[in-house]
Design a protein around this ligand. Structure first.
Ligand SMILES: Cc1cc2nc3c(=O)[nH]c(=O)nc-3n(C[C@H](O)[C@H](O)[C@H](O)COP(=O)(O)OP(=O)(O)OC[C@H]3O[C@@H](n4cnc5c(N)ncnc54)[C@H](O)[C@@H]3O)c2cc1C
Length: 391
């Protein structure tokens, strides 16, 4: 394998970067350690600017056709049924996609793979990158089967345990939350039981917070059972008892998957070391509240593909340091703190505090200008604008 750009990782970020580069005529290939696209339930929210970007690659329309368009999302007090709804139509002048699109990330990966395949880019699964080192004007990438790949630039989009990040010596700082979280998928129709429920709803209750996100055919419930051990968190009886607190009948629901996970807040100190470049989970991790991890990674991929294309076509490679500064700024100053604040807000455990949050957001929702600003930030548009001003 001898290419201009090698991408390690065929997740949403690596495939977006590969398609964006190949669309500009750059010689690129992708290797991934797994046998195919990761089937686990993970991201399911596409924010407006992500869809605007994917539209440029010709993959947004298919996603919009298959996904669930969510115009209103809400903060809700489960015990009283009180809720504050936010109308995404308020940002219709700021994006071509003024809604949250609910759809599993695997669907994006399949569309990206098909688009990449049409251009003739090689994507090799079951090909783990074990190490990479710079030599002269290029990079030597070692694969687990002993093959040596050569490229001029290596993009590490190889997820949280990135081998590229390790080879680049860009160690993760940050922390891992103590309690495990659980994601449950079920066709149980929560909307038929909870009055005024939006398709995306972040809920407080006396027994702890949860969120409900509707997918085209399923509901996805995020639960916080308050235990550290990941296996205990995934215990079916525990999950059923938590669902029953939301709606008694949901305790008997058909459960399609139970996915326990740990939550991290981490970032590499920078996203470039010479010819080794990081993007997505390989570069930064945030808590899932607000659905920003995959979206931020796709924004990295766009920013990086644009600058790397210009560098390959003769621009100064300092542009890649600018990529690192801009996206590091967004990860550490916007996404990580914003997602942590979302989680902290939902963790408020006394009624007075919960109602104060609800009232505060009610005031925002009632004021179109303040609400627009709030939605621009929650939809990641403000962070992108701030990054553009980073020099
Ligand atoms: C429970 C949960 C819910 C989430 N919900 C949301 C949400 O609603 N919205 C949102 O935006 N984000 C969400 N996220 C985050 C989102 O899933 C990730 O940010 C996203 O998958 C990152 O994409 P990526 O391509 O960077 O990494 P990954 O999706 O992890 O892909 C990395 C790829 O690299 C491959 N790989 C790993 N090591 C190697 C190697 N050494 N060599 C070659 N290949 C390798 C892997 O096989 C994998 O295919 C959620 C995450 C979790 C855990």
């Amino acid at each position: 394998m001898n290419v201009e750009v090698l991408v390690a990782g065929a997740g949403p970020v690596g495939l977006t970067a590969a398609l964006a580069l190949a669309s500009q005529g750059i010689d690129v290939a992708v290797v991934d350690a797994a046998d195919g696209v990761d089937p686990r339930m993970r991201a399911s929210t596409f924010h407006p600017p992500t869809l605007d970007m994917l539209e440029q690659l010709g993959v947004a329309d298919a996603l919009v056709d298959e996904g669930l368009k969510v115009r209103h999302w809400q903060l809700r007090h489960h015990d009283t049924g009180d809720h504050v709804d936010f109308d995404m139509q308020l940002i219709a002048g700021d994006t071509r996609h003024p809604y949250r699109l609910q759809l599993p990330q695997q669907v994006l990966c399949q569309h990206l793979l098909e688009a990449i395949d049409r251009i003739g880019v090689e994507v090799r699964f079951a090909a783990r990158l074990t190490a990479a080192r710079e030599y002269g004007h290029g990079v030597e990438a070692e694969l687990a089967d002993g093959e040596l790949g050569r490229c001029r630039w290596l993009i590490g989009a190889d997820g949280a345990h990135s081998a590229v990040r390790e080879s680049a010596g860009l160690n993760y700082g940050g922390k891992t939350y103590e309690h495990a979280s659980v994601l449950v998928a079920t066709p149980f129709p929560f909307h038929e039981y909870l009055d005024g429920l939006c398709d995306v709803s972040y809920c407080w209750s006396a027994q702890g917070p949860f969120s409900l996100m509707r997918q085209p055919t399923l509901w996805r419930a995020s639960l916080y059972p308050g235990v550290d051990d990941i296996e205990t968190a995934a215990d079916e009886d525990l999950v059923r008892s938590q669902l029953a607190r939301i709606v008694p009948e949901a305790g008997e629901a058909d459960l399609r998957s139970i996915s326990p996970y740990r939550v991290h807040e981490r970032s590499a100190p920078r996203f470039r070391n010479g010819r080794l470049l990081l993007a997505g989970d390989a570069a930064h991790l945030n808590v899932p509240s607000g659905g920003m991890g995959m979206n931020g990674g796709i924004h990295d991929a766009f920013n990086l593909a644009d600058k790397l294309t210009r560098v390959i076509n003769g621009a100064d490679d300092g542009l890649l340091d600018l990529y690192s500064r801009q996206r590091h700024f967004v990860a550490t100053r916007a996404v990580i703190p914003q997602a942590a604040a979302n989680r902290q807000r939902m963790a408020a455990d006394n009624r007075r505090e919960q109602e104060a949050h609800l009232n505060e957001h009610r005031v925002v929702a009632a004021d179109p200008e303040r609400c627009r600003e709030f939605l621009l930030r929650a939809s990641m548009i403000t962070g992108l604008e701030e990054a553009e001003r980073v020099e």
